[in-house]
Design a protein around this ligand. Structure first.
Ligand code: ADP
Ligand code: ZN
Length: 217
């Protein structure tokens, strides 16, 4: 599982990690954005919180993650999975332990990035409205601003405006730091410096996961 501050680059890394190990992945933020774009009841509800930089209430998030775990039950048991941006609160973390049984969560990777760096990354971040691929003003798609992968329109997220970014970072301190503490105490946490270029961060994440797989507690 990957945790990290807003804009720490979780999305890009999680997609690559899931491809590398050929396992399923769930990014709760991407899932809510897709639901909001499609106008489903879940999306309409989630959007009210997301656009203001608030967290979606625990019961909604937990319902979505449970559904993912149930849908992928066979594949998950066989090969595993990666979660991105979940859990973000202590209640979600405890609920995940109950759903999985403590044995099945191998490692929690925290991508560590200083707040100034995160703010600069978010300010330049642009996202494909269709498939969620992430770009940056310094790394635009080949045909600006249309997605390399799916041709969708690449825009700034509504919640990447300054007010909601500040609120998200504030909630990170209040709600998500305790989650990091929670996994540190259980011995599952590995912190990886997320400041380097994407390639080096990916290598560090894979190395941490492989080390854990070879030497389980
Ligand atoms: P970022 O890490 O850049 O903020 P995400 O895509 O992970 O982006 O999340 C975007 C928004 O979706 C969050 O600000 C929050 O409103 C909602 N969200 C995503 N995951 C969760 C979660 N586990 N619990 C509560 N809200 C969530
Ligand atoms: Zn796309």
């Amino acid at each position: 599982m990957l945790l990290g501050k807003q804009g720490a680059g979780k999305g890009t890394q999680v997609t690559r990690v899931a491809e590398h190990y050929a396992v399923a992945h769930l990014a709760t933020g991407d899932l809510f954005r897709a639901a909001a774009r499609d106008g489903t009841p879940l999306g309409v509800k989630a959007r009210r919180y997301i656009d203001r930089g608030e967290l979606v209430p625990d019961d909604i998030v937990i319902g979505v993650v449970r559904e993912f775990l149930t849908d992928h039950d066979g594949a998950l048991a066989a090969s595993g999975f990666v979660l991105d941006g979940f859990p973000r609160t202590r209640v979600q973390a405890e609920e995940l332990d109950v759903s999985l049984g403590d044995e099945r969560l191998d490692i929690v990777v925290n991508l560590d990035v200083p707040t100034e760096v995160v703010l600069a990354r978010i300010a330049g971040r642009r996202v494909c409205v269709q498939c969620g691929a992430t770009y940056h003003v310094d790394h635009s798609p080949r045909d600006p601003w249309w997605c390399d992968h799916c041709g969708g329109h690449v825009l700034q997220r509504d919640d990447d405006q300054e007010d909601s970014v500040m609120r998200r970072l504030e909630l990170y301190e209040i709600q998500t730091l305790p989650v990091i503490q929670y996994y540190r105490r259980s011995g599952k946490l590995v912190s990886v410096n997320g400041e380097a270029d994407s390639e080096s961060v990916f290598t560090a994440v894979i190395t941490a996961i492989d080390a854990r797989r070879e030497a389980p507690e």
